[in-house]
Design a protein around this ligand. Sequence first.
Ligand code: PGA
Length: 253
Amino acid sequence: MANSLRYFVGNWKMFGVPGSYKILDKINQFYHKDQKNKNKYKIIMAPPDTLIYDFSKRFKNKKIIISSQNCYHQDLFGPYTGKVSPFMIKRLGVNYTLLGHSECRSAGETDEIIKKKFSLALKNNLKVIYCIGENKIQKRTKSTVKVLKKQILKVISKNNNFNNIIIAYEPIWSIGSGSIPSPSELKKNITILKNFIVKKFRIKSHPKFLYGGSVDKNTIKHFKSIKELDGFLVGGASKSSKNFIDIIKNFYK
Ligand code: PGA
């Protein structure tokens, strides 16, 4: 079940100006010096739309892969003020998009809308990092697995290619809060979900799963032993090169 290639994904949310490429420069330099471990992981960064063109050009032949944070679902072009389609994102040289982040869901994105985004993104050759997660009440009432399975089934369908999908499990109660799930609980849930997907979608190997929610240089230690995790989606700590690099360093320490 364990995949030895790990993903360290940063989500900048609404952060960054053109000069913020320097943060990525430092992460890129660290990567090149990290002889011992650099073949064991990939780095993906999701800056806001205002920066993805510049950053994707700048880091084209470097280690950092650029992702968008979201995309629009109705069409390739059209009368949708303020929206950006997966077609437009792909033309910038960007190969990934996040979808279904809980902050987008709480701003009104339903599973139905996310499903449309998901299909259109994959159709336009964007790989998708699909975020799922339960809220505090759902956790308290022990509905976590049920909620996560539903989020998976509402959006992913049998004809989707799991080579182009990464699932990011981000408990809503954990995002930006400093609280994390216990490693045993996390391991158990990821294992259940990976097996569920294999069975349900009749795929041969386990899908990739990231964990997100208050990942930083300290909490990363608790996740090291969870072989079922294929990586991490990092919000707050991805805005500083030092914090992000420390996460990678501490993971492999
Ligand atoms: P956090 O955010 O690392 O700041 O908790 C994670 C996310 O929202 O993707």
